[in-house]
Design a protein around this ligand. Structure first.
Ligand SMILES: NC(=O)c1ccc[n+]([C@@H]2O[C@H](COP(=O)([O-])OP(=O)(O)OC[C@H]3O[C@@H](n4cnc5c(N)ncnc54)[C@H](O)[C@@H]3O)[C@@H](O)[C@H]2O)c1
Length: 258
């Protein structure tokens, strides 16, 4: 088991990718803290995992809430090894339809949230002289996508946050990396995955030819959380079936037969 006795916090762990990562971390021997704005879901995931797993209510936008969560984790387990900043949300609207409130909410949840939660756990990580922070970015961190201006801006910022925090934490034995998922059929994207047009069409746009499942993100999360990745820092892993590598000009297909 690669995360034996590690204490890991997963924000947004109440469903989707976060819930799959919580289960995968627990399967690797970790003590999992499922933190979500939806307390019922957080507790449900923790209950399903069983053992010492703990479900807590957390709004990642709240510095006081994040500090209280970090304290309760320390009180229970005596350390914090991994913070997985996974909580996220998305508004889909035209550029001019985005309100100031939409913009602020996207930045608050997707970008400021990881910053706030990191600040909440870092004093303990620095005390224990070790730690590991993993931010969840997106393919939207690398490409402009229509009707998602605030989400794309926030997720692009997550990569900058990752690099800057890694640099600030140099020499402290605390690594900061990011995972950038592609199209994953979590509740977040369920309607697109199930729709007759976008379901098959979006699946065919990556090089694997299917939608990702929440469990597909867990392998990279375990790798980055474990010592197997001990020389990876300030970096990101794309888990998107080759979506970003797949761009080609129309009419240009791979040639296989002479
Ligand atoms: N599903 C995809 O295709 C996809 C692609 C790229 C990136 N991502 C990112 O992956 C992460 C997980 O996405 P998902 O697909 O599982 O989404 P999801 O909507 O299924 O789950 C998100 C979870 O975050 C929680 N959450 C939302 N706001 C919160 C807040 N303020 N405080 C605490 N928790 C909050 C929700 O309650 C929910 O449990 C997100 O950061 C998302 O942006 C998802």
């Amino acid at each position: 088991m690669r995360l034996e006795q590690k204490v890991v916090i997963v924000t947004g762990g109440g469903r989707g990718i976060g819930a799959a990562i919580c289960q995968a971390f627990a399967n690797e021997g970790a003590h999992v803290v499922v933190a979500d704005i939806n307390e019922e879901n957080a507790k449900g995931v923790a209950e399903k995992i069983g053992g010492q797993a703990m479900g807590v209510a957390l709004d990642v936008r709240s510095p006081d809430g994040a500090a209280a969560m970090a304290k309760s984790v320390f009180d229970k387990f005596g350390r914090i090894d991994v913070l997985m900043n996974n909580a996220g949300a998305r508004v889909i609207k035209g550029l001019m339809q985005h309100t100031q409130e939409d913009w602020q909410q996207m930045l608050d949840i997707n970008l400021t949230g990881p910053f706030i939660c990191s600040q909440a756990v870092l004093p303990q990580m620095m005390n224990q002289k070790s730690g590991n922070i993993i931010n969840v970015a997106s393919i939207a961190s690398f490409m402009g996508r229509p009707n998602r201006v605030a989400y794309v801006a926030a997720k692009s910022g997550v990569l900058g946050l990752t690099r800057a925090m890694a640099a600030d934490l140099s020499g402290k034995n605390i690594r900061v990396n990011a995972i950038a998922p592609g199209m994953v059929a979590s509740p977040f994207n369920q309607s697109f995955a199930e729709a007759e047009d976008t379901g098959p069409a979006w699946a065919s746009e990556n090089l694997i030819g299917r939608w990702g499942q929440p469990e597909d993100i867990a392998g990279a999360a375990i790798f980055l959380a474990s010592d197997e990745s001990s020389f990876i820092n300030g970096s990101e892993i794309k888990v998107e079936g080759g979506w970003l590598a797949a761009r080609s000009r129309s009419g240009e297909e791979p040639i296989w037969d002479e």
